[in-house]
Design a protein around this ligand. Structure first.
Ligand code: ADP
Ligand code: MG
Length: 448
């Protein structure tokens, strides 16, 4: 067994790269600093042409580094000769965009090919390849040729081939690019699972935002400059919000949303949700405070607007935290931060049962807690309390509306109307609920 070292598997310091000569010489990578620890799964994102593949070929010892220092598996690759490059290359597993399987060899033979340089007997090699194909769910397809397999299956063979030699490092360049959504997800889940089991580090290049969640860390390459993902996304989020708000004044999404007619608001919600969907997913990963506060602002505006839409005097949105057994609200109209116990009070009951409650006179409802009214002098009369459910039917938020205009009662039409809107903002709500739960480690004392 190789001696274990404390050194990261990859240490790039000031790595720059140029293509072309003379007047055509063009800088592709700018002083890249990056290190990857054993067992770490790192995703590199970035637009097409930003230099991702170039960086991957340098790290993968497919060419020698020209500038800076690049140590991979303990070898310096700056100005490295072919011999050293080959020695490093042999210790790395590669997975490319297209599977790169030999068409004339079946799955078993393709995986065995990856084991050729291992000190194994033919029988051991056969067994290792069989087990690797078994592990990627292709035990029964070992004798199929690439042309007889789907894209996802071929990519699974490529994963088996890369992992069978038990490398300490896998480099994957857009492995889901030629696959449909579901096969892409399956392939990446599989790779993630196997890599973690073998404690193999992975550097995966992708611009498929749907698979970012497997990463321990995400880095972003733009025009040859590497930056932290959080920084990249914060910039992007700011840009999107600016575009969204269409106003020169900052922090004024509320005003814009309040001014929209109901139908326009519904359309706006659908648009925002669609535009935000991917962004939200990646923002959650980066856990940016700035984005969370922006999101909160958006939700606050939406909560107010929904309240108005249903002609309620007050609207409060609660997040359900099952783990700690309470609901709390940061996005509250006037009342400030409220925390409720799950199952207690009206919102608490709605969170627990998943059934809406429409109350004609709050003071006649035994579940109603008058403490806030007593403290603030507000008089709650009618109340509509609606669950907001995720795709699996679990209540993750509760919207509470108080005092419909002109003393009218809330009715089924209001409930339906709300459910419709809630569905449209579901993605935003869920992302916010998850983020919010994570940041409130020490919620305030019960206030209602
Ligand atoms: P990405 O993988 O992020 O799409 P690449 O690393 O493939 O980016 O390419 C980065 C830039 O380098 C692009 O402008 C591309 O045209 C250029 N490039 C890539 N390979 C070569 C090459 N062999 N010779 C010259 N230019 C290249
Ligand atoms: Mg590329």
């Amino acid at each position: 067994m190789a001696a274990t070292t404390q050194e990261p598997l990859i240490v790039a310091r000031g790595v720059s790269h140029f293509y072309g000569r003379g007047a055509l010489r063009k800088q592709i990578l700018h002083a890249i600093d990056l290190s990857i620890e054993p067992g770490e799964i790192v995703i590199m994102t970035g637009p097409s042409g930003s230099g991702k593949t170039t960086l991957l070929t340098l790290i993968g010892a497919l060419r020698s580094a020209q500038e800076g220092s690049l140590r991979v598996l303990g070898h310096e690759l700056r100005d490295a000769g072919e011999e050293r490059l080959i020695a490093v290359r042999r210790q790395i597993g590669y997975i490319f965009q297209s599977h790169n399987l030999m068409r004339s060899l079946n799955a078993q033979e393709n995986v065995e090919l990856g084991l050729e340089i291992q000190p194994l007997s033919p029988a051991e090699r056969r067994e290792r390849a069989r087990a690797a194909l078994e592990a990627v769910g292709l035990g029964d397809r070992r004798h199929h040729f690439p042309d007889e397999m789907s894209g996802g299956q071929k990519q699974r063979v490529a994963i088996a081939r890369a992992l069978a030699p038990r490398p300490r490092l896998i480099l994957a360049d857009e492995p889901t690019a030629s696959l449909d959504k579901q096969s892409g997800r399956d392939v990446v889940d599989l790779m993630n699972d196997l890599a973690r089991r073998q404690r193999c580090a992975v550097l995966l290049v992708t611009h498929d935002n749907r698979i970012l969640d497997i990463a321990d860390r995400i880095v972003h390459l733009e025009d040859g400059f590497l930056q932290s993902f959080a920084a990249a996304v914060s910039t992007e989020a700011q840009r999107m919000l600016d575009a969204l708000i269409h106003t020169t004044r900052e922090n004024d999404i509320a005003e814009r949303v309040q001014g929209l007619a109901d139908e326009a608001f519904a359309t706006f919600l659908a648009q925002v949700t669609q535009e935000f969907e991917q962004l939200l997913r990646v923002m959650e990963l980066s856990g940016s405070d700035a984005f969370e506060s922006m999101l909160e602002q958006v939700l606050e505006a939406f909560t107010l607007r929904i309240g108005r839409m249903l002609r309620a005097d007050r609207a409060t949105l609660f997040v359900v935290d099952r783990e700690h057994g309470f609901l709390w609200s940061k996005v509250a109209d006037k009342a400030g931060l409220i925390k409720l116990s799950l199952g207690q009070g009206i919102a608490g009951r709605v969170a627990q049962t998943g059934e809406p409650m429409n109350i004609a006179d709050a003071y006649l409802e035994p579940l109603f807690n008058r403490r806030i009214d007593d403290e603030t002098g507000y008089r709650t009369r009618t109340m509509l309390c609606m669950p907001v459910k995720n795709a699996t039917g679990e209540v993750f938020a509760v919207m509470q509306l108080l005092n419909k205009a002109d003393g009218a009662l809330f009715d089924d039409a209001d409930a339906t109307h709300f459910a419709h809107v809630a569905e449209r903002m579901g993605v935003i709500l869920q992302a916010w609920a998850r983020m919010a739960r994570r940041t409130v480690m020490d919620p305030p004392e019960e206030a209602a």
